[in-house]
Write a protein that binds this ligand. Sequence first.
Ligand code: AMP
Ligand code: GLY
Length: 416
Amino acid sequence: MRVLLIGSGGREHALALGLAADPSVEVLFAAPGNPGIGTVAGMRDVVFTDPAAVAALAVECNADLVVVGPETPLVAGAADAVRAKGVPAFGPSAAAARLEGSKAFAKDVMTAAGVPTARAYSCADAESVGRALDDFGAPYVVKNDGLAAGKGVVVTEDRRVAEEHARECGQVVIEEYLAGPEVSLFVVTDGETAVPLLPAQDFKRVGDGDTGPNTGGMGAYAPLPWAPPGLVDEVMRDIVHPTLAELRRRGTPFAGLLYVGLAITAAGPRVIEFNARFGDPETQVVLALLETPLAGLLHAAATGELAAHPPLQWRAGAAVTVVVAAEGYPAKPRTGDVILGAEVSGVIHAGTVRRAADGALLSAGGRVLCCTATGSDLAAARDAAYELVRGIELADSHHRTDIAAAAVDGRITLPG
Ligand code: AMP
Ligand code: GLY
């Protein structure tokens, strides 16, 4: 089949590698892509926030499947526009993508579906913000009620920092703090049938030991040696299926990738957030372990035929990815620095561009590269990922040194 992939980050490079490795894919196009993606896909130009442009490109490429990576085109309606041209699209409609696009909408769906999540208030003025902060106490969790690329959330012990963030955002969701290790579970769904991928863990804070501001994600690993047995079944039964049923009931079924961000609390798994697309950088590790051909799986979901798809096959062992970030990330990343050592298998490109004049590879975003490796166990995968990091030269870059370390050392404990 002919596949068009929309996006340009590390997640899309990982998706491109998976799609290109599927023997059923004859041609892979990517738009706008990045230099890493360009090694396995024909590059096209598109303003991906413009649904009509994405749909026109799908037709021009004569695509049998369009895979939409990021949330912004989904929330804008890219998948709807592609489907309206009669081309199968992997990605939810704009209406269903509100599960990610609006925190308040997601809370409303969860309440209606009886899905366990943090208690929350929607607040738009200082007075209701004050009441919500009083009710929950510290640590305070204040979320921008819109798309914020993982950076709209402040978790703080400092009341004034919480109030300040609420003031800057305007419309916020303030919620109860959930204590417990976090899990990212990806679910491929056609709206009815739902297939979970391997659970992964992401590292959201910029610094070692979970310090500093939230980022889009600084690293990830899969699978989770410490996860309670039965976790995935429990999440599918209590969270995923009720949520999908509620969206069907509302006439806006969710077909695509449902990303369930969870905290494993003393009372059981609780939803921290839903996203409407693959997570970044968890996708890099999950897909590194997926043996089942990716395009066939996503095509089955896009065409409502997931029930007939064979069970997923996984490689033994584990995968780890470590993000190499630009100086200044997440506040104000510096771009335009020369990168050396990135043209190596396992080095996934996120924010990179090629300089027209001489073909040099330059940094072009906050998260620049994702050094991704597999191994026979988590310790081996972790060592191999950091070996890739040591091979990268990028002036003043930074990365976390503790990705997957606590899991390797058996230091992750479940509360209760
Ligand atoms: P979100 O964008 O909603 O995923 O939030 C980003 C990060 O903030 C999460 O991955 C958590 O680390 C943290 N966070 C969000 N909501 C909560 C909560 N209710 N309790 C504890 N931590 C949270
Ligand atoms: N890794 C977090 C996210 O993709 O939202």
